[in-house]
Design a protein around this ligand. Sequence first.
Ligand code: GLU
Length: 434
Amino acid sequence: MSTADTRISPLKMRQAQFRRAIHHMGHLKRGVVDFFLRPKRTLSVCFPVEMDDGSVRVFHGYRTLHSTILGPGKGGIRYHPKVTAREVEALATLMTWKCALIRVPFGGAKGGVACDAKALSEGELRRITRRYVAELGDNIGPHTDIPAPDLYTNQQTMAWVYDTYQALHPGENNLPVVTGKPLDLGGAEGRSEATGHGAISALARYLELHPLDGHRTLAGCSVAVQGFGEVGRVAAERCAELGARVIAISDSSGGILARDGLDLAAVRQHKAACGRVDGLAGTTTIDNETLLTLDCDVLIPAALANQIHAGNAADVRARVVVEGANAPLTPQADRILQERGIPVLPDILANSGGVVVSYYEWVQNLKNESWTRAENLARLDARMQDATAGVVGRRDTLLAEHRDRQRPPDLRTAALAIAIERLSRVTLERGIWP
Ligand code: GLU
């Protein structure tokens, strides 16, 4: 079921969140803050691709550079039928805040091609990628705008991005032009699991600070995860490693439930064999809607945007929600959960692990180094935990200062406040040009 609030423009939603945070930050210089509301530029490209059957199809692609205040643009490329310029702009905006909050020296960017990756062959995806990257030309580069994987793109896609850029810029170290590459091509160990891993580091730290009925760790907690892609699967596996019981998981075809805990290795094998998670022996088939309203300790929506909305937020029975995906909650859902006292670890914090290890990959590519998986993930853990403690601390300070009748600040507002303050400070330090 979807409701009117799921049709909110993603950009408007980000701007509304931004304004909420600004409300708690009277000291900021006005014009500077306005500067962060709009993207610096959006490129829109349209190109033909020859399909396997010999026909020709036209594709539309976008790349937004939202801000370069903290460094070159950074952000993924997504392949999805619903990609639009507005969506890409909203996601680029989120990347600016994410990078500022998690303290990586990048600005925000995002790209996408409107296409159904699941219905395309490998050859078609390769031709779409090469042509899209060629169309972007010098608007991406190791020191200007650095893509990475996102929805329905992966290491293979990033290898084609690199190869195409390299063909157009021979004789240079172009490895840092894109992150999330295969390991043999300068990819960072641990990058593919970084977003899911990072989400659980943030959750673990949050539980230390705010125990759930005396639970200071994930041990014994029940967890439901929406999504079995790179983020959902890894988040589920990490929860299980830390002693939690993952009771439900889903993919785009549907979900499965086992109250005593799922055998995640069996889920993985079943998915590999059948292409879907449902139908696994010993589990009950449920739909995505049921998964979101299960009685559990932790709910991790790690699939698409707008999954929890005005129509189902009142039915959510989890004790804490972790935004593994970008924007899985609508602003109305956010408000309803806040009123019901269910904390939400916001996307800007919870799914920033990917860009953190992307940063490590970029640094290693520039220095021709290769760190171990343990090193990358240990650094990631420390950064996620610090950022989480920072956001919780900031929320507590904002709450103590909160005097008016407006809605009290939540974790999202606190995370944004930290990011916006850093961006404004650096903008003024650099000086408005000329
Ligand atoms: N697509 C990921 C995100 O939304 C990663 C971006 C990156 O690594 O640059 O955060």
